[in-house]
Design a protein around this ligand. Sequence first.
Ligand code: EPU
Length: 339
Amino acid sequence: MKPVQKISLKEYNTFNIDVNALYSFFCKSEKDLFEILKSDFVREKKIIILGGGSNLLFTGDVEDVLILMRNKGIEIVEKDKETVFVKASAGEIWDEFVDWCVNNSYGGIENLSLIPGTVGASPVQNIGAYGVEVKDVIEELEAVNIKTGEKKVFKNIECNFAYRSSIFKNELKKQYIIINVTFKLSKLSKLTLAYGNLQNEINKNNPSIRDVREAVIRIRESKLPNPKLLPNAGSFFKNPIISNQQFETLIQKFPELVSFPVGENKIKLAAGQLIDLCGFKGQKEKGVGVHEKQALVIVNYDNADGKTILKFSEKIQQSVFEKFNVKIEREINVYSAEF
Ligand code: EPU
């Protein structure tokens, strides 16, 4: 296989950043991937993997080899009365996969409706919403070692999943390419409705997983900007986790802060609220701004470049730190030439 030379990535990232990729491969199958990895052109070069481009900020041209995962396929590998194991290829669009599961009455990921991106990217940052994280339903996944070309199965426990994190974002960063994910889904209707206003939004006895999917879609559409209309990458920051002790001090000064206990000694704060309280909600400068309904989301309103967006995000981090003494970390990945 030969790379496609110099393409604009504008339509391949949801921030619509107009940078060029010098050498791109559109990988449509496992066989393609093996061929790409062993080709003379690619060996010894740095590789960057792109799924839906919905969790990424480009701050310059991509001079490394770019592999766009576009392999498709959904397959039932095993089922019994209660459970079904479904294997989905990395290049499947996440929300189309959720829709397929809901149409077949396979429950477990309906709360994760409308999250942009691909199946292969979902474990990397352990996507989550409305009380469910993808780690709750991942049985195992297959990934290819970039250096050796060998395929390896990672069971759930080996992925070191945590809040918006996994081994693929940490110890094994840039070492493996995920090619498919197997989900353990339920044929019985076990719903997770406790988060926020999900229950109220459904407002019905015995809701189905389709009702849950529709309610989640309504809530997301009412709060989160559609990247096709207002380019963005979802939550730009992670919700910060602080110690009980720090929380006790903070809550005295800011009694309005929302908080969620994490294990015994830690508290998760809502980064959106912290940013909101710093007065950023709805603010715009140099073509970039904070969304008016959800302060966790940075929007590229007017063709800002990646560096401008990054600088703006650093200003937000600084401001939150000065007001609350809390560091908010980026959730999205920043790609720069030195990345
Ligand atoms: N809040 C504000 N102001 C804001 C935003 C939020 O005061 O501008 C307050 C809300 O009132 C609420 C609390 O913060 O009390 C939490 O807000 P919300 O329920 O909207 O959730 P979140 O913590 O801001 C997280 C995920 C979202 C996910 C929602 C729903 C992270 C980083 N983000 O947001 O995920 O959709 O929960 O489960 O964990 C994403 O990752 O891209 C994403 C959108």
